[in-house]
Design a protein around this ligand. Structure first.
Ligand SMILES: NC(=O)c1ccc[n+]([C@@H]2O[C@H](COP(=O)([O-])OP(=O)(O)OC[C@H]3O[C@@H](n4cnc5c(N)ncnc54)[C@H](OP(=O)(O)O)[C@@H]3O)[C@@H](O)[C@H]2O)c1
Length: 351
C-alpha cells in the first residue's frame, strides 16, 4: 500500500513537472509598448523582450522522437543529395512571413521567399541579408496560379535548392458584411487561403515523408477557432487551415515530418489596412502582437514539434474562453469587435 501511495505521489510529481515544463516552454518574454500610428490612435503593440533559443541537444532529441517510426526511402534522399534543403515561405515579403523567414535565416537555414510584388521582395531580401548565416533567395510568383507548385519546383532547382520546410503564410482577409463582397473577391480569398495552401501541402508532403524530414508550418488565425461575423469568409477559411493541419498531424506521428498550425490573434502588419479593417473596434481595443514575436513563437514551437501554437498570453486566454464558452455568448462579442464602423454608419443611414 505504501508503495502504491509512493507510486501515486511520484506520478503526480511527474505530471506536475511535465506541466511546469510545458508552461515554461509556452511562455515567452513580454514587453508592451504603446505606439501611435497615423489615423489609428494609440495602440498597444506587444513585442518580445528576449530571444527564444533552443539548445541543440534538445533539438536533436526532439528530432529523434519525430522520426521514431520513419522509414526513409534511400532513392528519395539520393535524388536531392546534390541540392540544399530550403525553407520556402509564401508571403515571405511582408509581415509574419518575412519575420518567420528571418527566424529561419538566423538558424542558418537557406530561405526562399515567395510573393508577387518584386519591389517588396527585393526590399525583404535586403532586410534579411545579414540577419543570419542562411542564404536568402526570392521568386515572384502568384501561388494561386494552377502551375504554381511546378513553377516553384523549377525555381528552387535553378537556385540549387529543394523544398525542405514549407511555411504557408500568404493570406488575405475581407472585412464587412458577407453579401457586400463580390463573388470574385470571395473566390480570390478562398483560392489563396485554402486552395493554394492545400495544393502546395499536397505537392510537398510525399517527398517529405519519403525523406523522413522537413515539415509544414501553416499560418491560420485565432479566428479559425470561432465564426467571425463581418470577416465571415476569412474566419471560415482559417477554420479550414486549423482543421486540415491538425488532421494531417494525426496522420504523420513518427514520420519525421513536422506539421504545425499557428493561430495568432491580431498582429501589427499591413494585413488589416489591406482589407480596410483599420476602423473596426478590435484594432483599437485589442493589443496587437509584433510580427517578430509571432514569428519567434511560431518557429520555436514548430521546432519543438507542437501541432497548434497560439502566440501571446492574451490570445492564449482568448483561445481558452472560445473553447469553453458557448457560441451564443462569444460570436456576438466577435461581431461587435469586427464590425467596420463605417459600414455600421452606412447601414444606420439606410434604415
Ligand atoms: N496580421 C494579423 O493580424 C494576422 C492575424 C492572424 C493571422 N494572420 C495570417 O497570417 C498570414 C500572414 O499575414 P500578414 O499579416 O503577414 O499579412 P501581410 O502583411 O498582408 O502579408 C501578406 C503576404 O502574402 C503575400 N501574398 C498575397 N497574395 C499572394 C499570392 N497570391 N501569391 C503569393 N504571395 C501572396 C503578400 O505579398 P504580395 O502581395 O506581393 O504577393 C505578402 O508578402 C496570413 O495568412 C494571415 O491570414 C494574420
Amino acid at each position: 500500500m505504501g508503495g502504491g501511495a509512493c507510486g501515486t505521489s511520484s506520478r503526480r510529481g511527474g505530471v506536475a513537472l511535465a506541466r511546469a515544463l510545458f508552461f515554461a516552454l509556452s511562455l515567452e518574454g513580454l514587453r508592451s509598448k504603446p505606439v501611435l500610428r497615423p489615423g489609428c490612435g494609440w495602440r498597444i503593440t506587444v513585442s518580445l523582450a528576449r530571444e527564444t533559443t533552443m539548445p541543440p541537444a534538445l533539438l536533436a532529441l526532439i528530432d529523434r522522437w519525430i522520426k521514431r517510426a520513419a522509414l526513409p526511402d534511400a532513392g528519395a534522399i539520393a535524388a536531392v543529395a546534390h541540392l540544399i534543403p530550403a525553407v520556402v515561405v509564401t508571403g515571405g515579403s511582408d509581415g509574419i512571413g518575412l519575420e518567420i523567414a528571418r527566424e529561419f535565416a538566423k538558424l542558418g537555414r537557406a530561405v526562399f521567399l515567395v510573393a508577387r510584388d518584386e519591389a517588396r521582395l527585393a526590399a525583404a531580401q535586403a532586410y534579411l541579408d545579414g540577419a543570419g548565416s542562411g542564404v536568402v533567395s526570392a521568386v515572384s510568383l502568384d501561388i494561386t496560379s494552377a502551375d504554381a507548385p511546378s513553377l516553384l519546383d523549377g525555381k528552387l532547382a535553378e537556385h540549387g535548392y529543394y523544398l525542405d520546410v514549407l511555411v504557408n503564410s500568404a493570406g488575405l482577409g475581407l472585412s464587412g458584411p458577407f453579401d457586400t463582397h463580390s463573388e470574385a473577391e470571395i473566390a480570390q480569398l478562398l483560392a489563396l487561403n485554402i486552395g493554394a495552401l492545400t495544393r502546395l501541402t499536397r505537392h510537398v508532403l510525399p517527398g517529405m515523408r519519403a525523406r523522413a524530414r522537413g515539415g509544414i508550418l501553416n499560418i491560420a488565425s485565432l479566428g479559425g477557432t470561432i465564426p467571425g461575423p463581418f470577416q465571415a469568409a476569412y474566419y471560415a477559411s482559417k477554420a479550414y487551415v486549423c482543421s486540415l493541419t491538425e488532421a494531417l498531424a494525426a496522420e504523420l506521428p513518427g514520420s519525421g515530418v513536422r506539421i504545425c498550425v499557428v493561430a495568432p490573434g491580431p498582429v501589427e502588419t499591413r494585413f488589416h489596412a489591406r482589407m480596410n479593417a483599420e476602423d473596426a473596434l478590435y484594432r483599437h481595443l485589442l493589443p496587437a502582437l509584433s510580427p517578430q514575436r509571432t514569428a519567434r513563437a511560431a518557429v520555436f514551437h514548430y521546432l519543438l514539434g507542437r501541432r497548434v501554437v497560439v502566440p501571446g498570453l492574451l490570445p492564449k486566454a482568448a483561445a481558452v474562453c472560445i473553447a469553453i464558452l458557448p457560441h451564443f455568448i462569444t460570436v456576438p462579442v466577435v461581431a461587435v469587435l469586427l464590425r467596420p464602423r463605417q459600414s455600421s454608419k452606412l447601414s444606420l443611414h439606410k434604415n
